[in-house]
Write a protein that binds this ligand. Structure first.
Ligand SMILES: Nc1nc2c(c(=O)[nH]1)N[C@H]1C(S)=C(S)[C@@H](COP(=O)(O)OP(=O)(O)OC[C@H]3O[C@@H](n4cnc5c(=O)[nH]c(N)nc54)[C@H](O)[C@@H]3O)O[C@H]1N2
Ligand SMILES: Nc1nc2c(c(=O)[nH]1)N[C@H]1C(S)=C(S)[C@@H](COP(=O)(O)OP(=O)(O)OC[C@H]3O[C@@H](n4cnc5c(=O)[nH]c(N)nc54)[C@H](O)[C@@H]3O)O[C@H]1N2
Ligand SMILES: [Mo]
Length: 786
């Protein structure tokens, strides 16, 4: 379609192996990393830090290009310590790209920011913990602290972290899920009474049809491609709904198959490939339901509906009221194509629906996902082999974090178990999610930010707002493996606490430790690192959290918060031997077993190679909803899919005549892990050497008088008076529906208003950003040289 980019005809294959080797070679620890790659996801190895897709642990080694990049990136021979920080002031570092910052290597010693010199300087671990304890004990309320988590932290680390925060007195646990699969959790909990997927890996072998919505597994969940390829080879029909034609979902060559590796051969993945407009999936799925309800009553599972569901009549009415005109207009798909998908769905004995960020990051995401659930309930496609719902999680332990209590709105039941066991009364009041935490920092109501991993500054929306919010923190504590943007938003006091990564050997007093994680199929299993730690001064995340808690609760001033609740948590907090928990992670697992359902015999059960299955109530037809039934959602389609942007929205800072508004999605390239940029290529989309690109339909480009490779600026539209703009994006003519454009995250985060969030999910609407395009005024080419 376009003349200067060349998309490959298939994904995977030999270029995947080439790319892996080049990353391993650049890591400067080649031998160790080749060994590491053979231990990923094996019985005695470590869990891949790449994504949350599950594995059959006794299986053969599975090659995964992007998992390999994640391993090589973590296990680099390069280090960032006091010499580095003596050379570079924070102001200088802030001028570097995200790529450059992380490429400098692993953080190797604890550092403290000195505002007078604008440099980070070495600090001892003992002093670092005292600084944190002094600060936490000086605040007027425990709700002035924000405890952020990114989804790589182990079950043990996140359990200890939430216990620390809650005994300290707050539910302020903003986490990366708030920007990711929150809408899935909300929709699933309301509809089927549990916020997790209902299928396991083996179901992919039994499915007759698999629907993949808004997900790019070739890049983001490459191990899922093996399951899809195997299913397609068995005759399972795969239907893709994706705004873009992602090559891996069209044709995939398995790096495991010698023939597909070395010849042009590949497996056709999608039987039907539909390209809905951004935010149009609810309309598309509503169309499928409409066809089935109005024309194929025989395909409705009346028995299931009768026995297990609620609100079917209301749903049926709502579907009948929805016009085909609205369905076609909002989805951008033809009635014929939607009916073809509906015939396949309703004619298959067992169907799985998978989805990721293409469904979760819109204003009406909860309703989009509930419509997918509606369709499954309509045809009884849940709780039987090869059928069910599969939100494909992102970070490798993000699901485990939630199970462990990283949740700003914990249920009463969850908290009650802790109260009983620790003989205490933990806070009930809802805490802050990511957007609320940033707003509280911005208004200076919150004073301290502690981050267990991640890169909040670059991952969160509305970059200027977010930077300012984080800079307002009186103390910014970052527990990290690599240098990133979040370490640079500092004005007062800040600490960088370097930690071990998942690939590294973790030895404590009781010996070599393992940690545990939960994958997207609710399988919990152990992970043991084996590489020599990058520096003796790096501590494990668990060690860091335990020492923060120990210093805080055994502090001379620890008693001062007024109020009943604090008096009750005091004694529990001081009774816990935090350092003993650090010395033997098995003791933390015992606490988990005693306070969270489903972890009986935890230490014993993780000795099994594949770990254990936590189970899923909905898959057993137990519906923990208000009605104790699976609930249909009768919502109407939204009037418009454009988030927070009325038709008369003003383009601030511009006097020109009205310009067409296009809807932008921000997405990942093949060479990045969220805010970690591994390289400047996006091989599967034919992009080389740059990230500031704008994918646009050729007809839209022509209407706007834009030509290929021209530089443009993007300004977003919102109903406030803030100008949100990014500059110097290079036009790429691309096969994308008219009216929709795409560009990479995090470069486009400045365009997402902090106030533009999903209904009931509060997730920033990073897949539906209304923007106008203008020829560039300020060309900025963001190519780092290393
Ligand atoms: N290598 C690598 N692996 C990763 C990550 C990474 O950055 N790099 N990130 C991890 C994390 S935290 C996550 S959450 C996952 C993310 O995994 P994905 O959700 O696959 O990530 P995105 O790049 O955001 O891709 C969104 C996909 O949805 C499509 N899409 C966007 N909007 C719509 C829409 O409205 N409708 C439809 N039907 N399609 C749409 C886009 O075209 C794109 O293919 O991956 C995880 N794994
Ligand atoms: N516009 C837009 N914004 C988005 C998204 C989008 O699609 N579009 N996606 C959203 C999604 S799905 C997510 S999940 C968030 C991601 O948000 P985060 O999870 O906060 O971000 P990451 O980029 O994954 O964090 C990378 C940093 O984690 C640290 N790190 C890596 N490994 C470890 C470890 O083992 N331990 C510790 N302690 N630290 C470690 C390193 O220092 C690294 O710099 O971004 C969200 N933001
Ligand atoms: Mo994510």
């Amino acid at each position: 379609m376009s003349n200067h980019i060349e998309k490959p005809s298939k994904a995977g294959g030999f270029p995947s192996i080439q790319a892996t080797l080049s990353h391993v070679l650049r890591s400067q620890r080649t031998k160790q990393n080749l060994k590491n790659l053979l231990r990923v996801n094996q019985t005695d190895g470590f869990d891949c830090p790449g994504c949350a897709w599950g594995d059959n642990k006794h299986g053969a080694f599975q090659f995964c290009e992007n998992g390999a990049k994640a391993v090589a990136w973590e296990s680099t021979g390069k280090g960032v310590g006091s010499e580095f920080f003596a050379q570079h002031s924070v102001r200088q570092l802030a001028k570097q790209t995200d790529y450059w910052l992380e490429y400098q290597g692993r953080l190797t010693e604890p550092m403290r920011y000195n505002a007078a010199t604008d440099h980070y300087e070495p600090v001892s671990w003992t002093d670092a913990f005292s600084i944190i304890a002094d600060k936490l004990n000086s605040l007027s309320s425990p709700n002035r602290v924000e405890f952020y988590t990114s989804g790589r932290a182990s079950n043990e680390a996140s359990y200890l972290y939430q216990l620390f925060g809650r005994l300290y007195g707050t539910n302020n646990f903003p986490d990366c899920s708030n920007m990711c699969h929150e809408a899935s959790g909300v929709a699933l909990t309301k509809a089927i009474g549990i916020g997790k997927g209902t299928v396991v890996l083996n179901d992919f072998d039994a499915a007759e049809a698999i629907f993949v919505f808004g997900q790019n597994p070739g890049t983001n969940h490459p191990r899922m491609m093996n399951a899809l390829r195997k299913a397609a080879k068995h005759g399972c029909k795969i239907v893709t709904f994706n705004n873009l034609k992602e090559v891996a979902l069209e044709k995939f060559a398995s790096p495991q198959s010698p023939i597909e590796l070395l010849t042009p051969a590949s497996t056709t993945i999608s039987h039907q490939y539909l390209t809905p407009k951004l935010g149009g999936d609810m309309a598309a799925v509503r169309g499928m339901a409409k066809y089935i309800i109005e024309q194929r009553q025989d395909k409705i599972d009346h028995g299931f509906i009768e026995q297990h569901s609620a609100f079917f009549n209301e749903y049926q009415q709502s579907v009948k009221r929805t016009s085909w005109q609205q369905i076609e207009q909002q989805s951008g798909l033809t009635r014929a194509d939607i009916i073809k998908a509906a015939i396949l769905f309703s004619g298959s004995k067992s169907v799985i629906s998978c989805w990721a960020m293409g469904l979760t990051q819109h204003k009406h995401s909860v309703d989009i996902i509930r419509e997918v659930i509606n369709l499954h309930l309509l045809c009884g496609q849940i709780g039987k082999p090869g059928a069910g719902l599969c939100p494909v999680r992102g970070h490798s332990n993000v699901q485990g974090n939630r199970t462990m209590g990283i949740n700003e709105k914990p249920s009463n039941e969850f908290i009650a178990h802790f109260d009983n066991f620790f003989d205490t009364r933990l806070p009930r009041q809802a805490g802050h999610n990511v957007v609320e935490a940033l707003k509280a920092l911005q208004t200076k109501d919150s004073k301290v930010l502690i981050c267990l991993g991640g890169n909040l500054a670059a991952a969160a929306p509305d970059t200027d707002f977010t930077y300012q919010a984080i800079r307002n923190a009186e103390l910014n504590v970052q527990i990290s493996t690599k240098l990133n943007r979040s370490h640079l938003q500092v004005t007062q006091d800040a600490l960088i606490l370097p930690c071990l990564g998942r690939t590294e050997l973790d030895v404590q007093r009781s010996g070599v430790q393992k940690i545990t994680v939960e994958d997207t199929f609710s399988m919990v299993h152990a992970s043991t690192g084996m590489t020599e730690p990058v520096s003796e001064l790096c501590l494990s995340e668990i060690d860091i959290v335990a020492q923060m808690a120990n210093a805080t609760f055994h502090h001379r001033d620890y008693h001062h918060f007024a109020g009943v609740q604090q008096a009750e948590t005091q004694s529990a907090a001081t009774k816990i031997d935090w350092l003993a928990l650090r010395d033997d992670y098995g003791l933390i697992r015992q606490l988990i077993q005693n306070t969270i359902n489903g972890f009986e015999y935890y230490n014993q059960r993780i000795e099994q190679p594949a770990g254990f299955y936590l189970g899923n109530s909905a898959a057993r037809f137990v519906w923990n909803t208000q009605t104790k039934r699976a609930e249909f959602n009768p919502s109407n389609l939204p009037d418009s899919v454009i988030a927070d942007c009325s038709s008369d929205a003003q383009l601030h800072g511009s006097q020109s005549t009205p310009q067409p508004i296009l809807l932008l999605q921000s997405l990942r390239s093949h060479d990045q892990y969220n805010t970690t940029i591994y390289g400047m290529d996006d091989r599967y989309r034919g992009i080389k050497g740059k990230r500031n690109v704008l994918f646009i339909n050729p007809q839209d480009a022509q209407n706007l008088n834009l030509v290929e490779a021209q530089l443009v600026d993007l300004q977003s539209i919102a109903n406030d008076n803030v100008v949100r703009k990014v500059s110097g994006f290079s036009v790429v003519l691309y096969d994308i529906p008219q009216g929709n454009i795409a560009a990479y995250y995090p470069e486009t985060n400045p365009l997402v208003s902090i106030n533009s969030v999903g209904v009931d999910s509060y997730t920033p609407t990073s897949k539906s950003i209304p923007v106008v395009i203008t020829p560039s005024t300020k060309p900025v080419i963001n190519v780092a040289q290393v």
